[in-house]
Write a protein that binds this ligand. Structure first.
Ligand code: MG
Length: 379
């Protein structure tokens, strides 16, 4: 009979052993080499308000959903490909479909090795597709071990800071309406980066005095303009600025940072784990998103690398359903700032997962992601 040490070796799961409760190894022993099935489809998520940033304006988003079935359990995953990173929903689905048989044959318990092989098979540029598969696999692992993912990673949900609520670019009138709708959130994140920035902030400020984060989405291309705007924003009670200038303008951003007091967070500038140390020159922190990193395992690694570089960490998201948002929320106890509201921006979420009460995340306690299907929803 195979012993515990051999199983750990087979599963490549030495870190798992540290958090594995009773029953875990029985679950692993059950992992006979049965084949899994991998199903992938696109879902159209309808936005409550037209969502406008410097990059685009849309009334819906298509995200890619994966179901990983094996040994009587189903793991759910989601990824949101966006055009900024040259990723497209149809292309992401195609990439997953092309290797679904190979994913199914792999040992899920050797998840480090298996996920590395899947990343290689999808191609390193298909990060949202990778995130969908990675999340589905972790949901399945959590279900088989009968533990929520935050516990798998050794985290306490009570350590998570509050999340903000995002307000896209709009007319002053609609901005005021959106600000009123967000009354239960203690922090707002307002999209800026256009000529209308002052009018947008004044509209929000006419409704509330609460702290505001801003995200320029690379919208300011002149460093003096960026300095002027950030210094004006500081007087309006803004607490941090995300991606003020285009990602490639590291030197300019470094100069801007030397002339302002507000913390500067990298989002579009942070797309590779290897970039994170370099970002310390121009930024105070990084926005980690599972869709950029390619899932939970790599997102966790980005957070660890950023911490090692003394950077602040935000965990963010794309417009997504509760599937992807809940996956990110399981890592939220590790970060300084949470921006996980993508599911709150849509009107047809197929899942019920993490909930928010006055900005505080309430993680489901069920195994894996802890999702339940919304009544009437098809997944
Ligand atoms: Mg951003």
């Amino acid at each position: 009979m195979i012993n515990r040490r051999d199983w750990l070796k087979l599963a490549g799961a030495s870190s798992l052993a540290a958090v594995a409760p009773r029953g875990t190894f029985a679950a692993m022993r059950d992992a006979t080499p049965h084949s899994a099935s991998v199903h992938c489809e696109l879902k159209r998520l309808m936005l409550r308000h037209t969502w406008t940033t410097v990059m685009s304006s849309s009334t819906y988003r298509d995200t890619v959903h994966v179901q990983y079935q094996r040994d009587g359990a189903t793991g759910y995953g989601e990824g949101a490909p966006i055009v900024r990173y040259k990723e497209y929903p149809e292309q992401a689905k195609k990439a997953i479909d092309a290797i679904s048989d190979r994913i199914a044959e792999r040992d899920p318990w050797s998840y480090v090795k298996t996920l590395a092989a899947i990343r290689h098979g999808l191609g390193d540029h298909e990060r949202a597709a990778m995130a969908a598969v990675d999340i589905a696999l972790f949901d399945w692992l959590g279900k088989k071990m009968d533990m929520p993912l935050y516990r798998f990673f050794g985290l306490d949900p009570a350590d998570a800071p509050v999340t903000d609520f995002s307000i896209g670019i709009d007319t002053p009138e609609i901005t005021r309406e959106k600000t009123r709708e967000a009354k239960d959130f203690p922090i707002l994140k307002v999209k800026v980066g256009l000529k209308t920035d002052e009018a947008t902030i004044e509209a929000v400020r006419s409704v509330t005095k609460k702290p505001i984060r801003v995200d320029a989405n690379e919208g300011w291309t002149d460093k003096e303009e960026a300095i002027r705007k950030i210094n004006w924003l500081e007087k309006q009670g803004i607490v941090l600025v995300e991606q003020p200038m285009p990602a490639h303008m590291i030197e300019e951003t470094k100069y801007v940072r030397s002339k302002v007091h507000l913390p500067i967070i990298a989002d579009e500038a942070c797309t590779q784990a290897s970039m994170i140390p370099k970002l310390t020159e121009a930024y105070d922190g990084v926005n980690v998103k599972l869709d950029k990193a390619g899932g939970i395992l790599e997102g966790h690694r980005w957070i660890e690398i950023a911490r090692a570089c003394n950077l602040k960490v935000m965990i963010g998201c794309m417009v997504s359903s509760s599937c992807s948002i809940t996956a990110a929320a399981h890592l939220a106890p590790l970060v300084d700032f949470i921006d996980l509201d993508g599911d709150l921006l849509i009107s047809n979420d197929p899942y019920i997962g993490v909930k928010v009460d006055h900005g505080k995340l309430i993680l489901p306690t069920g195994p894996g992601l802890g999702l339940t299907l919304r009544q009437g929803a098809s997944v």
